[in-house]
Design a protein around this ligand. Structure first.
Ligand code: APR
Length: 256
């Protein structure tokens, strides 16, 4: 057992309220490419336009017509998400929650894998690709059982008649206020934050570990490479999340 794993286990056991922030790196071993760094989608293709939401607001009908036209012609990324299953990293975080050691999980991922792995207290700050959301009242529905027809575009919310879009947060779109409030509440409660598989570039998600640190909390990082956060973390566990997190869980099981 590496010294750093033992140190991280001791920190989690001593902390009163541990939360976790995950990014694309935790799903790489489920077959979903990250965005940045080696093998990143945008490392290869370049960053997408940052005004997706502004274009949606200008013409939501055209946006939906594009989605309906695309139909089964989905991107490599969407196909990977559709086929992905939770990997041992997702399972390890669900176990930490069941052990009472992880209170909340904030994920930047839209792939639903934490929920599929059994995590219950999950805030999906960038949305969930399996859901739709009303932009006015934030009501969400599963894509498979939305209570409105997609004959009329853009679909309207049966609760408030607001425009409905995919729950995935677009570039330029404000983070839905309900999920942002949960993330802020949890970051204020935490005295320890585990950061797993995130480059910590994108705000407001990248700000939550800084908030915990600013209030004297402890940061533990699991990452395959150095991230923006690494220099201020108390322990950095370098490696694949699917290998490191199960080791951390077994270290905790052996002392709990
Ligand atoms: N195990 C652990 N970490 C890994 C692994 C792995 N197997 N593979 C890659 N990583 C790390 C990389 O070193 C990098 O730090 O995962 C991180 C992935 O970084 P990004 O691709 O930038 O993903 P993320 O941090 O989630 O991006 C945040 O940016 O583009 C937006 O909405 C998008 O939610 C995303 C947000």
């Amino acid at each position: 057992m590496s010294k750093n794993i033992e140190r991280a286990a001791q920190i989690l056991l001593k902390s009163k309220y541990v939360i976790c922030l995950t990014g694309a790196g935790i799903s790489v071993e489920s077959g979903i490419r990250p965005f940045r760094g080696p093998g990143g989608l945008w490392t290869e293709l370049g960053e997408p336009p940052m005004d997706g939401y502004q274009r949606f607001v200008r013409d939501p009908k055209a946006h939906w017509e594009e989605i309906m036209k695309r139909g089964s012609r989905t991107s490599e990324f969407a196909r990977a998400i559709g086929e992905a299953k939770p990997n041992p990293a997702h399972t390890a975080l669900a176990e930490l929650e069941q052990m009472g050691l992880l209170k909340y999980l904030i994920t930047q991922n839209i792939d639903n894998l934490h929920i599929a792995a059994g995590s219950k207290n999950v805030a999906e700050i960038h949305g969930n690709t399996q859901k739709l959301r009303c932009v006015e009242c934030n009501t969400r529905w599963s894509r498979d059982s939305a209570p409105f027809s997609l004959e009329v575009l853009p679909p309207r919310c049966p609760e408030c008649n607001g425009i409905v879009k995919t729950d995935t947060v677009m570039f330029g779109e404000p983070i839905p206020p309900d999920v942002l409030r949960v993330c802020q509440r949890e970051s204020l409660r935490a005295d320890c934050m585990l950061s797993v598989g995130t480059s910590a570039f994108v705000y407001p998600a990248a700000g939550f570990p800084l908030e915990v640190k600013r209030r004297g909390g402890v940061l533990v990082e699991v990452n395959l490479y150095e991230s923006e956060l690494s220099p201020i973390c108390d322990v950095v566990l370098t490696g694949k999340a699917g290998e490191v997190l199960p080791q951390l869980v077994s270290a905790l099981r052996s002392v709990k």
